[in-house]
Design a protein around this ligand. Sequence first.
Ligand code: GAR
Length: 209
Amino acid sequence: MRIGILISGRGSNLKALIDTCAEPGFRGRIALVISNRPGAPGLAIAEAAGIPTLVIDHKEYASRTTFDAELDQALRKAGVELICNAGFMRILTDEFVEKWRDRQINIHPSILPAFKGMHVHQRALDAGVKITGCTVHFVRAEMDEGPIVAQAAVPVLPGDTAETLAARVLEAEHKLYPLALRLIVDGRARVAGEQVVIDYDGETLAGPL
Ligand code: GAR
């Protein structure tokens, strides 16, 4: 399966996916990494791994529609079959999302449907929750919505700040995203209605990883 990865910044989840794809017998390979921000640190991570990269700077496009059309064209040209959003911070048009329906996944640093959107860790602290985590889901037009592939739980500890909590959740993200990608690439996770059905093999798919 040819995978395209969309990033906007640091690229630590991208790195986790690169490492997974490099494992022997893994049935997916990353065909292209696209950043909407020139100079995103994740671009250097992809280049170091010998993966083709492309910058499509959203600032150079007059509208979301023209930006998304360029994105779509680049992904198709690279033969991408599955898109992984990895810290991609642009809202996509409904048209783009529909074109890639059930072929685009995203990681979000909360247990969805709780804490959609931005500043999730501070909002989790403000709400006083004792468990948070991360979610990999198929992308739908509504932000941070869509059929859930896998989730990981992470404790909120006394004295946590948004930064310490984000770091703990990020560690879980780096385990969860590879797990979810593997399920999809192996054909063991598929969308049925608005839920993901998994051919279960006894491994941990939720909870602390
Ligand atoms: C990750 O924590 C990811 O879950 C989050 O951005 C960070 C990107 O880090 N994504 C979202 O908030 C999307 N709604 P990374 O660039 O090091 O992978």
